[in-house]
Design a protein around this ligand. Structure first.
Ligand code: ZN
Ligand code: ZN
Length: 341
């Protein structure tokens, strides 16, 4: 079985999804021509699996994508799907509905993994500083303990501040009830933001209570609509979940979206009667963040799948030559007739 990229020799990570192709996190296959590749994350080139190792894996893949595949994006020629922890490029249409939000969950779990690494690294550095402080006699026990306790959290807060700044929204708006001007929303006020149905069906609106007349929502206060509201909501939720979420939390959140029907449906259900962000349960808030990123994720995936199609054309040309020259047996024909039933 193939373990490394044939082009750059990078190791392929193991996957637990396929018995007959246990290496690689992104694989590509063409059920009609009987081709199977593992896609390299490092050099992005495709490694063609030798003919004799292909057939069981191809059948297994076709079944897995059919039974459990979720379509991320597609062109007329190829489809990018998620099957458990695998990303699968299938040549030919998948006949499924696109679900771009599915991929954003991974970003949340990766964010968490990154935050944990930062915390560990900070502990090591802080430990070193404290040890140096003690040996040079410049630090008291209490100061050392305080530094030890606060370092990871302090660094995370600094990272968040560097990335987002202080303001979630800046602009020029007036309270519809009393005319008070608003020019900013601070992240510190995020839990007070009201999310409610917007003028556009695909984007909820945001509202903040007016400090002068106490109006908000449909009765005054600051009101942000459309793209600005989407953008602000994404920023506020990413700020709130800066250190990501656990696999279990993301799974629970994606179940919420599935039960609602789609990312848009979930958002509509969550904000139907207007809801303060601070009142959302954590799973609901994670689901809202995933849903809020669907459109952006969709655009990124469209770019990615177009790039994949270009790579596929080149790799397919190569595969045709390699398969034609290297197959002494009529394996391919046998496989095709098996697929054709
Ligand atoms: Zn490679
Ligand atoms: Zn007002």
């Amino acid at each position: 079985m193939i373990r490394r990229c044939l082009v750059c020799a990078s190791d392929f990570a193991e996957n637990e999804e396929l018995e007959h192709l246990s290496r690689g996190r992104r694989v590509a296959f063409d059920p009609n021509r009987g081709r199977l590749w593992v896609v390299c994350r490092t050099c992005r080139r495709w490694s063609l699996i030798p003919l004799e190792d292909r057939w069981e894996a191809l059948e297994e893949l076709e079944k897995a994508t059919h039974d459990r595949g979720r379509l991320l994006s597609e062109t007329d020629n190829i489809a990018l799907l998620r099957v458990g922890q695998l990303e699968v490029v299938r040549v030919g249409g998948a006949g499924l509905r696109e679900e771009a939000w599915w991929r954003y969950g991974r970003e949340l779990t990766q964010r968490r993994a990154h935050a944990r690494k930062v915390a560990v690294a900070t502990s090591v550095v802080t430990g070193g500083l404290i040890a140096t402080g003690f040996t040079t006699g410049g630090m008291s026990l209490v100061a050392g303990w305080l530094l030890w306790q606060r370092a990871p959290e302090g660094l995370q807060k600094a990272g968040r501040w560097m990335r987002f700044g202080r303001r979630a929204w800046m602009g020029d708006a007036t309270c519809a009830k009393c005319g008070r001007r608003f020019d900013r929303v601070s992240f510190a006020d995020r839990s007070q933001l009201l999310v409610l149905p917007g003028e556009r069906p695909d984007a909820p609106a945001l509202s903040l209570r007016c400090p002068r007349c106490r109006g908000w929502g449909d009765e005054g206060g600051l009101r942000i609509e459309g793209d600005a509201a989407q953008h602000t909501l994404r920023r506020v939720l990413a700020y709130e979940h800066y250190t990501g979420a656990t696999d279990r939390r993301v799974q629970a959140a994606t179940r919420l979206i599935e039960e609602a029907g789609s990312a848009g449906d979930l958002t509509r259900i969550l904000v139907r009667d207007g809801r303060r962000l601070g009142d959302l349960q954590r799973t609901g808030a994670i689901a809202l963040e995933i849903a809020a990123n669907e459109a952006r994720e969709q655009r990124l995936l469209e770019l990615e799948v177009r790039e994949l199609e270009a790579v596929w054309r080149r790799e397919e040309e190569l595969a045709e030559i390699i398969d034609g020259e290297l197959s002494p047996f009529p394996l391919l024909r046998a496989f095709r007739s098996r697929l054709d039933g």
